[in-house]
Design a protein around this ligand. Structure first.
Ligand SMILES: Cc1cc2nc3c(=O)[nH]c(=O)nc-3n(C[C@H](O)[C@H](O)[C@H](O)COP(=O)(O)O)c2cc1C
Length: 202
């Protein structure tokens, strides 16, 4: 296995996957790594739905196309020009984001830790804990030769995704992870801002 820092520095979003299934023991390791994340108040207020079923995955993929179209045409302050949008949609139709596994990441506030007047605080803590779990899973997947992408656009169509995913009542979708063996080259592509622009030392 790669040294930890190499895993962190070489992870990147993977959006095209080979059809090969993810073995159950590999999937279990990824999920175990997820729930080892720090969790506010020790609350573990998260719930994960793992989607393997082909029909469900097809339904999710169709919704991902719809959600990305909405994002690119209605959500962005500067919507994508039509040709770019249609090119992206075509790529999705051709299989981009279609994964052998989806992990839907929910916050689960059925067991409450804090007083009612601190509900927003509790929710924020649960969302942040879940985000840590998602990153743990993505890093573990990458360390084991898989790839994945964190998908936020499903939140634009929460109800439609929930119809497919059928979460327990009281759970709220926060992200979807598409996971599988990469069908594209893996390596850090996106440049980041210079540290001096995002860090202030005092
Ligand atoms: C909260 C969050 C939501 C994201 N949502 C999407 C998404 O809906 N679709 C997508 O293609 N990528 C999504 N991404 C992936 C980002 O586009 C990606 O992380 C960013 O471009 C940096 O690239 P890298 O992950 O390869 O370093 C999301 C990432 C985060 C953290």
């Amino acid at each position: 296995m790669k040294p930890f820092l190499e895993v962190v520095m070489t992870r990147c979003s993977v959006r095209r996957f080979r059809p090969d299934p993810v073995p159950d023991d590999v999937l279990a390791k990824i999920l175990e790594a997820g729930i080892r994340a720090p969790t506010a108040g020790g609350g573990e207020q998260w719930f994960f739905i793992v989607v393997k079923d082909l029909e469900k995955r097809r339904a999710i993929h169709r919704l991902l196309l719809e959600a990305h179209r909405l994002y690119a045409s209605k959500v962005l302050r500067e919507p994508l020009p039509v040709e770019k949008l249609e090119k992206w949609m075509r790529r999705i139709e051709e299989g981009m984001y279609f994964a052998p596994i989806y992990i839907a990441a929910y916050i689960d506030l059925r067991e409450r830790l804090y007083r009612d007047e601190f509900y927003e605080f509790e929710k924020l803590m649960a969302v942040q804990s879940l985000a840590a779990a998602i990153e743990n899973m993505l890093l573990t997947a990458h360390a084991m030769g898989l790839g994945g992408v964190w998908l936020g656009v499903p939140l634009l169509l929460r109800e439609k995704f929930d119809e497919v995913l059928e979460p327990p009542p009281g759970c709220e979708l926060q992200a979807l992870i598409a996971l599988g063996y990469p069908a594209e080259e893996v390596g850090p592509r996106k440049r980041r801002k210079d540290l001096s622009k995002v860090v202030k030392m005092i």
